[in-house]
Design a binder for this molecule. Sequence first.
Ligand code: HEC
Ligand code: HEC
Length: 415
Amino acid sequence: MKFATSFLTAFTAFFSIFPTFAQASDMRSTVLKNAALDAGFLAAHETHVATNFELVLVGKTLFESRLLSLAEDIACASCHLDQFGSADGLPIAIGTEGTGVGAQRVVNGGDIVPRNTLPFWGRGGVGFNVFFWDGKVDSSSGKVKSQFGDHTPSHDPLVVAVHLPPVEVGEMVIDLDETKILQTESLSSADSLYTLIAERIEKDEEISLALAKAKEIEKDQIVFRDIAEAIAAFIRFNFRVKPTRFHEFVFGNTHLTDLEQKGGLLFYGRGGCSQCHNGPYFSDLEFHPVAFPQVGFGKNGFGVDYGRFNVTLSENDKYTFRTPPLLNVTKTAPYSHSGSTFQLSEAIRAHIDPLALIDTKTMSANARVEFYEKLKLWGSSATSGAVLTDEDIQAIEAFLHTLEYESEMQVNVVD
Ligand code: HEC
Ligand code: HEC
């Protein structure tokens, strides 16, 4: 009898608690969904910009073609590879005179591009209008700002962005004495490179016929802008946002695990991540200082990269970088503009506890001074002040895994 009573008590207690659990979990889901929507998260299709499929297909061939590099030794696809989530798996890129894929490029050697390769997820979608780590192509004001000044080759910032790699020394322009004339990165040497590349493409029967047909022009009318438009169409289409598990959770009936949900709530809540990583691409497309370690080469010399300052020359922009979008971020290690963190957990930790990742004793005096400057800015930025435990970071990592999706087509490897 005693047993039966206590059993019943437990039984009724269980069933009176159970709905509370269910309600609490429902409530957490609703809070997370609303937080995402409030932070500008959109259904995948709402980010799509229409593309001409014929142009997309030629764009893919051009993306995989070495004809776009001065010495015909490297293609876009040498650094933007499927296996590394459309980046290259390296801290900083190795361009001309490099061979192989991923770590092989470091072993084989080659010219250094002093920034971490950016991936393409969502690039060129609705509202995606700031390109590169330092925003050197930016149409957020409604007008394309870039090194082309008033002579912008296009009003589509992605088309302008595609114009840059083929004229960048070390990236696709080989650094040799006999090519010095083309290595000034001035507008006129860029123009002569564009003419040279367009002539080469015109001579390639297959590509030029397909490109002319897609653009409804004659073969001999092809200019570099047509080539860039085709590659931009390919990037825009192939890497466009597709429904991730998180989309299916927010807009459908998919459940997240408890850990993913906890991570999502931290991301939009106490972790403060969505102050910058917001919108449909998880980036405000603005510039902020985060005290990531700077390893090896930087844009401004050994151990130094001033980021946005290189574009605006404004002191306030020193050490700031465009907030990186986070779709498929689980596939694109190493992280940050300098590729200084290999684990996703470290990249998250760098925001809130930068000293945990650094042994200042092993740094040069100069690198230490640079790092202190960065810490000062970080101290008053939105990333400092949050306390996240290892378990919290693990949960945020689990949440970031729900932002994965696949590209449309397979890019062929060109080493
Ligand atoms: C040597 C390796 C390398 C090659 C070759 C290369 N890229 Fe990149 N790509 C990079 C790096 C590194 C960055 C980041 C540079 C920066 O922001 O300063 C980048 C960034 C970009 C971006 C900006 C993405 C964003 O999030 O803003 C675009 C677009 C791009 N590349 C397109 C191309 C195209 C098109 C080609 C071929 C014409 C190409 N890349 C060739 C390494 C490479
Ligand atoms: C103040 C704005 C800001 C906040 C808040 C912020 N981030 Fe970032 N995040 C950035 C910027 C800027 C970078 C790139 C910095 C650099 O390369 O030097 C970055 C880099 C990253 C990267 C590396 C991505 C890559 O492709 O290299 C990850 C992952 C990341 N943030 C996740 C988070 C998470 C998780 C949080 C919350 C704990 C967070 N961020 C909070 C601005 C922010």
